[in-house]
Ligand binder design. Structure first.
Ligand code: HEC
Ligand code: HEC
Length: 199
């Protein structure tokens, strides 16, 4: 009887390991090719480490398509470094940071969100979708869980707070996890209108 349980456990473990191996394989196959030939040395090294270590838990597309540039990368890179199982040293994280700053600066600048003809609230909703807020926030059950649920944010926060927060979270809360997304006033205005409408 004991032996049967042991065999069953062994089978479950080996199946799980196979699934993990398959998943890792998939993540590896979609490393996008980035032309790093003109990058500074530190960023080149960073790309190498990035393509080995930032794809362990999700695909490389997650960071490469994230809407950050410059300093905004800091919080995310060091937050990932602290995740259990990242096996990243401070030095490696510094190099990955250098790579991501370089990568995002040589990428085409984000297109201004087209909001012509929309009401302020609808324009704000569009900015919310296109600036990647849903990666970290839930509205009405949809989105990520890194930040607080914003489904009824309009009940808890006024437009003055929201404006300051979106302009630069760390000016409000020095240890904020939310990166400064470098939103323009043209984006913040409808966004605040949208958020205060969520009640
Ligand atoms: C140990 C697992 C793990 C490793 C390694 C890892 N990540 Fe993540 N990453 C996650 C998880 C889990 C999430 C989703 C939850 C969250 O954001 O905390 C995530 C989310 C993200 C996001 C979207 C959220 C945000 O902050 O914008 C980005 C971008 C990101 N990772 C970049 C990276 C980079 C760059 C690296 C390499 C330095 C990396 N990840 C390595 C687990 C990992
Ligand atoms: C990488 C994850 C991430 C992204 C992207 C992000 N946020 Fe956040 N946000 C957070 C976290 C985490 C907090 C909690 C405070 C902190 O930063 O420590 C927060 C807090 C907030 C708050 C304050 C909530 C309160 O009541 O204190 C608002 C409002 C907000 N975010 C709106 C947005 C909007 C709008 C966007 C898109 C333009 C956005 N966030 C993008 C992670 C994120």
């Amino acid at each position: 009887m004991k032996k049967a349980i042991f065999i069953l456990l062994a089978a479950i473990i080996s199946i799980s390991l196979t699934i993990i191996a398959i998943n890792t394989g998939n993540a590896q196959s979609d490393i996008p090719v980035v032309d790093i030939s003109n990058y500074p040395q530190e960023a080149k090294e960073g790309y190498k480490i990035f393509s080995q270590k930032c794809i362990k838990c999700h695909s490389a597309a997650k960071p490469l398509n994230a809407p950050y540039s410059g300093e905004a990368w800091k919080t995310t890179v060091y937050r990932m470094m602290r995740k259990e199982g990242s096996f990243l040293t401070q030095k490696e994280a510094d190099k990955i940071y250098a790579f991501l700053v370089q990568y995002s600066s040589s990428r085409k600048p984000a297109q201004a969100v087209e909001t012509k003809g929309l009401s302020l609230i609808d324009a704000g909703k569009k900015v919310y979708q296109q600036r990647g807020c849903a990666a970290c926030h839930i509205v009405a059950g949809v989105g990520g869980k890194v930040g607080p649920d914003l489904t009824s944010i309009g009940r808890n926060r006024d437009s003055g707070f929201l404006y300051k927060w979106l302009k630069n979270p760390r000016a409000v809360k020095p240890a904020a996890i939310m990166p400064n997304l470098n939103l323009t006033d043209k984006e913040i205005k409808p966004l605040v209108e949208y958020l205060t409408s969520l009640k």
